[in-house]
Design a protein around this ligand. Structure first.
Ligand SMILES: Nc1ncnc2c1ncn2[C@@H]1O[C@H](COP(=O)(O)OP(=O)(O)O)[C@@H](O)[C@H]1O
Ligand SMILES: [Mg+2]
Length: 384
């Protein structure tokens, strides 16, 4: 706050002193309102914080400082009412400057009483935007930290369990394979073994997801052609799509290579195809496509548009309700019944894309379908 450098005889006059004091305060808007809420006096702080000169604001109503939402909710009159009845009103909220920008304000209103009657109001407003924003940033950092600590703990636990589980499943699958091959096995036994095998394979996919999550997706990237990546796993994707759903593949010719962990790429596309199948119980079509796109990374606000190889899985399923679209990437978020969903599919997809130097996007239209795209940075012909 600036120091007053005025001294001498002028200061002896009481009202002049107060006038000087008010004019010198620049960090607080201090002003008077009449009983109906019209501005009667103004100070330097008011001009600095709210942008109006005294000529512009004196005579205007106090609601000029409020947001349209607050005006609609009757906030300006209520503030004065509380001050009149309780002897004081104090609040924090958003206010509007002359140029239309908003600031966080701490407001105190006191009634001015003369001969037992309220003749006006004294209002003091402080701009606390900086403090407010710092508090919000701190709160956000605290939330992020707590979240990442929780994820790390879950990750460690998951990794341990998934390893053991993986070993057990290998034994189960090998034994089932051997049973299925025995010449003595009758048709019924073979069918049961087949069902058991399918369930174990689902379990194997799940443990793969858990391992990827627990390791924080440690990748072993290799230069690969998209065409090859897709064709080598086509059988797996077809099986995942099931017999009710058709799987159409559209790969643009001449796509540049990408550098990815092949097993994780396969797992990511498999996760997307499985999700699409789950969303189309009544059948339909899944389109797996790859093409070159030119766009900016939506997860980085300062990124510029550039080329990406986009691998998309599109379906005609029930889509994702708008209110949960934000949450579906969270690890363990699932809307499926126990035993059907782990909630790790999309988090693997988004984690894989980011760790491969790209990003993933999800678009969903409830009732019409969903498209998830994995955008990977292309390797140029001269990249080693
Ligand atoms: N293609 C899709 N269509 C409709 N909903 C989907 C689709 N993909 C994902 N979802 C929704 O997102 C949730 C999380 O997906 P995911 O991370 O793969 O976990 P999971 O499939 O194990 O539930 C699903 O439970 C589902 O509600
Ligand atoms: Mg899934």
């Amino acid at each position: 706050m600036p120091t007053l450098s005025v001294s001498g005889p002028q200061l002896d006059d009481g009202s002049h002193q107060i006038d000087l004091l008010l004019r010198s305060v620049v960090d607080y808007a201090i002003y008077m309102l009449d009983v109906d809420g019209y501005v009667r006096s103004w100070n330097t702080g008011g001009e600095r914080i709210k942008g109006y000169s005294s000529d512009e604001i004196i005579g205007r109503h106090v609601s000029s400082f409020y947001t349209p939402e607050d005006i609609a909710a009757g906030a300006p009159a209520r503030g004065l009412e509380v001050a009149r009845n309780d002897g004081r009103f104090e609040a924090e909220g958003w206010r509007v400057r002359k140029d239309g920008s908003r600031f966080r304000a701490h407001v105190v209103i006191d009634p001015i009483v003369q001969d037992g009657e309220v003749v006006g109001f004294a209002k003091i407003t402080r701009d606390i935007t900086e403090r407010y924003e710092a508090q919000q940033a701190l709160e956000e950092a605290r939330r992020t930290l707590a979240h990442s600590q929780k994820l790390e703990a879950v990750g460690k636990l998951t990794l341990g369990l998934a390893h053991d589980f993986n070993n057990l499943l290998t034994v189960v699958i090998n034994s089932l394979d051997l049973i299925a091959r025995r010449p003595s096995a009758d048709e019924r036994t073979r069918r049961m073994v087949e069902t058991a095998l399918r369930a174990s394979e689902r379990g194997a996919v799940l443990t793969r997801q858990l391992l990827a999550f627990g390791r924080g997706q440690m990748l072993a990237p290799e230069r690969s052609s998209i065409d090859l990546l897709i064709t080598r796993s086509m059988e797996l994707y077809r099986r995942a799509a099931g017999s009710e759903v058709s799987l159409v593949v559209e790969v643009e010719a001449g796509l540049p290579d990408v550098e990815v962990d092949r097993a994780q790429f396969e797992a990511a596309v498999l996760n997307l195809v499985s999700n699409s199948r789950d969303a189309m119980r009544q059948g339909g079509r899944i389109t797996l496509s790859a093409r070159l796109v030119h766009r900016a990374d939506p997860t980085r606000p300062d990124s510029v548009s550039c080329d990406y190889v986009s691998v998309s899985v599109r379906d005609e399923g029930h889509g994702i309700p708008v209110e949960i679209q934000e949450r579906v990437f969270e690890p363990f978020f699932t809307t499926k019944e126990v035993g059907r969903g782990s909630g790790l599919g999309l988090s693997q997809v988004f984690g894989f894309a980011a760790q491969s130097g790209g990003f993933a996007t999800l678009e969903s239209w409830p009732g019409q379908g969903t498209t998830v795209s994995i955008c990977l940075p292309p390797m140029s012909a001269i990249d080693a």
